[in-house]
Design a protein. Structure first.
Length: 174
């Protein structure tokens, strides 16, 4: 009887921990409105003529930073002790883009784009619509607990998604 009671108590605490984790996860999301764009530019956007510094096109709607970003700076703040500033560009197609840090990475990396003041694990960038060939740029970047990482991010547009790796302070190996 005592073992059964102990098992029920442990199960109850595990359930409560799961509920707490879900609520923290839900609070770790943010919607970025069109008004938080810092500029409009041409789309598709490549950023640089140097191949190693070019932005990559994902799902035909978003231009993401290059595969390798060498300069990471200390923030002096915990838990996100390191920062890499790097914007992204979303086409003015009217399609919403969701950017997510995979669950297994949420203790190692966070993101922020738009005028958000806090790191999050998921951003929903509202679809803005103007005209073909236009994109909206958003300031932001990557936050890390360590000085470098090969960070995967999941980009979703409608029912399509793609995982893209970012070498933040280190090169990613295939």
């Amino acid at each position: 009887m005592m073992r059964l009671l102990a098992g029920l108590i442990v199960s109850a605490f595990a359930l409560l921990a799961g509920v707490t984790a879900l609520s923290v996860s839900a609070a770790d999301r943010r919607t970025v409105p069109c008004g938080e764009s810092i500029a409009s530019t041409r789309f598709p956007y490549f950023g640089s003529s140097r191949p190693e510094n070019r932005y990559r096109q994902v799902l035909g709607v978003v231009a993401v930073p290059p595969a390798f970003m060498p300069q990471v700076v200390p923030t002096g703040k915990m838990p996100w002790a390191y920062w890499r500033k790097q914007g992204l560009v979303v086409s003015a197609s009217g399609k919403t883009v969701t950017v997510t840090v995979p669950k297994a990475w949420r203790r190692r990396a966070a993101i922020t784009w738009g005028n958000g003041v806090r790191p999050v694990s998921s951003l929903r960038i509202e679809g803005c619509h103007t005209s073909a060939g236009v994109g909206y740029a958003y300031a932001g970047g990557f936050l890390l607990r360590s000085p470098s990482a090969c960070v995967p991010l999941i980009f979703s547009v409608g029912s399509r998604s793609a995982t893209v790796r970012f070498g933040v302070g280190q090169r990613c190996h295939a």
